[in-house]
Ligand binder design. Sequence first.
Ligand SMILES: [Zn+2]
Length: 430
Amino acid sequence: MNPLLTPPKEQITEIIGRIYRRGLTTTTGGNISIRDDNGNVWVTPAGIDKGSLRPGDIVCVHPDGSVSGPHTPSSELPFHLAIYQARPDLKAIVHAHPPALVSFSIVGDFPNTNVIPQAKQVCGPIGFAHYELPGSEILGAVIAEEFSKGFNAVILENHGTVVGGTDLNNAFERFETFEFVARILINANRLGQPNYLDENQLHAFEAQYNDPLPEMESVEYPSDEREFRSDICRMVRRACDQGLMISTYGTVSARWRGDDFLITPRNFSRWDIEPSDVVQIKGEHREPGKTPSRSVHIHQEIYRRNPEVKAIIFTQAPYSMAFGVAGKSFDNRTIPESWILLQDVLLLPFGAHFAGQQRISQSLRADHPVLIIQNDSILVTGKNLLHAFDRLEVAEFSARSLINSISLGQMKPINEVQIEELRKKFLPDE
Ligand SMILES: [Zn+2]
């Protein structure tokens, strides 16, 4: 979705659809608005089913206060207007009651986003607005007060969250990332104590990137190359739909010929990826005019050292990441399917993924196809993209079962003898 070319009504229905499908709002909770260059505020209507909202349902509130459209504007319109008044730079607002952020809001707290590098960057510092009656002018005033301090993401006490953005994509990315951080933190707290990144670690993360690879002189797009582009896009969108990837983080690549590969670009909205966005990497060169993911050097290193790896996914699925944030080992000896597919999942320290490091390619072996990098990501590899994706899904299901089992009792892992039995029957060549 390109906010420069898509009418506000269509942007709003597209984004509300994503939010609803991803379980980030209930059918009547939450509202979205866009302020256009003429000062009109386009907003979701009051009490209309979010699952079937159409562009024609969106209401326009003009600068003189008059309203056009078939419905009444959202009852929370007063705080949208108050925020726009306080912050001329903001052009879009998302408000909802997503479950993990509501958990923080009902204990009077907010998530510390220093838990993964890009979360802090995307969300910025977090504001906290104390409770006021929904729909009231005073609620608008306390929220606008937080935004006027420069916060772009605010927790509403006993209510939910409001985030602003320079356009609706920007606001949605912030909203989605904020809820994901909250989910990761809640899960990590169930496992133990979350580890936070300090300023030095965040700086080290930013400082490590080299220039992108030099551009190749000419580029060819044979049909097998184009197949990989489509496959990568399908996997990225599927991962977003399944809650395994969010708009601001996640890299997918596939080995093409020899050590050459195709990889997702830097800074793109995962929900909107198109085959033409994917970047070809050939030898030491990148496709002209495109910038590959910042992790391109790690992918290159893995394809060179690990001939069995044909596809790689880096992402931040919220249950798997909880292990990375709590620094707890992921005991995958849960059910046969899980162990056969993932085998033993290794936990690597933060920094193992930095450019120039060889820890990852050295740790990846046939019996360790999946790694968790502390406070950064889960890395899955496979003999093709679907195989890697399957491993990602299984890892996230396993992580979820492990975390949920904590409230039921002590986990009893599959024992060494049973593991050997599985190895002989299902993994005879490894
Ligand atoms: Zn609300």
